[in-house]
Design a protein around this ligand. Structure first.
Ligand SMILES: Nc1ncnc2c1ncn2[C@@H]1O[C@H](COP(=O)(O)OP(=O)(O)OP(=O)(O)O)[C@@H](O)[C@H]1O
Length: 311
């Protein structure tokens, strides 16, 4: 802890539905702990994401010393969209299923006490400055829209799995992702993409096109293992068509990031990325964005986070 403790004004936005509601005690505990430390805490919980976005937007206008999300990457995405381009730093107490932004930042992601300790420590120091991705797309009504993402963007097989899982009513828990994965594996077929990396446009058949600002998605799948949150570049992973069997074979290696050695997997770096393709669904930070085409730009230093800068 810093020598001179400074009381901070902190907004804590809580998603009680993160991890299918199994982590709902974490938010109130975080608020209680920060208050016990002496911080001035405004706690926000709403019945849904949209209402939370509205109340949180109002809370950010009061320029708190920190805006903390308690939830998963969807909550990180909410925070990124409220805070990108401002000086208010984002704190993360992971309580979601994936927690990939916390993993990319080197924050504790499976120990709440350690997360709150790291947050309290970070509140006493200047925030870390990281890049963020800005997605330009057409919303479901065809209206041009923009949305920030902090960690990852998917525009292929993994987005399709996410979409199928979200549309399922049963089962309610995480096993829906396994079922969705199984169904989509059976349906696996290459997508015909047009990808533009900065000024280089090319056509490619692929199973996956994913973008990493951070290193992982889906709870530690290191799709872009060498991505850095502050290098001013997006890492773009493309998986060229694989047979179902080979897809299943290389799948486990993504947890170590060694899939990048496979000849059908490539990683490129770019500041601007355009992805187009028939029927391509796009997710970012685990949240549904819409359909391709999308234009993504990396905005260096757009986001401040309550995390130590790696030495
Ligand atoms: N009361 C609520 N407040 C905020 N978000 C909510 C609420 N109820 C449901 N949600 C939904 O929760 C989703 C975000 O979940 P979040 O990312 O925090 O947890 P997770 O999905 O379990 O974790 P991860 O994204 O890391 O896998 C959003 O899509 C949002 O619509």
């Amino acid at each position: 802890m810093a020598d001179h403790f400074q009381v901070k004004r902190v907004v804590v936005a809580i998603n009680p539905s993160a991890s299918f509601g199994t982590t709902r005690d974490i938010g109130p505990a975080v608020v209680q702990t920060l208050r016990a430390m002496g911080h001035e805490v405004t706690s926000l919980t709403e019945p849904d994401y949209e209402s939370l976005l509205t109340t949180a937007r109002a809370a950010v206008r009061s320029k708190p010393d920190g805006f903390v999300v308690v939830g998963g990457d969807g909550m990180v995405n909410l925070g990124a969209n409220l805070l990108a381009g401002t000086k208010v730093p984002l704190g993360i107490v992971p309580s979601g299923t994936g927690n990939d932004m916390a993993r990319s930042l080197g924050l504790p992601f499976d120990d709440t006490e350690a997360s709150v300790d790291a947050l309290a420590e970070a509140l006493q120091h200047p925030p870390r400055v990281v890049d963020a991705g800005l997605i330009h797309y057409l919303d479901d009504d065809g209206v041009p829209a923009e949305r920030w993402f902090a960690c990852s963007l998917s525009a292929g097989f993994d987005a399709t799995v996410n979409e199928r899982a979200n549309l399922m009513r049963h089962p309610r828990g995480p096993s829906r992702y396994i079922i969705a994965l199984g169904i989509e594996l059976v349906r696996l077929k290459p997508i015909h993409y047009t990808v533009t990396l900065d000024d280089r446009e090319f056509v490619v058949d692929a199973n996956m096109v994913s973008i990493g600002n951070g290193i992982s998605l889906g709870g530690g799948m290191k799709i872009t293992p060498d991505a850095r949150l502050d290098d001013g570049l997006l890492d773009v992973m493309i998986v060229r068509p694989l047979s179902r069997l080979n897809f299943i074979r290389i799948f486990p290696s993504v947890f170590k990031g060694t899939h990048v050695r496979h000849p059908k997997v490539s990683i490129d770096r770019a500041r601007r990325v355009r992805i187009a393709g028939e029927g391509v669904i796009v997710y970012a930070d685990g949240e549904r964005i819409g359909r391709a085409p999308i234009d993504v730009e990396l905005v260096p230093g757009a986001l401040r986070v309550l995390a130590a800068t790696p030495t």
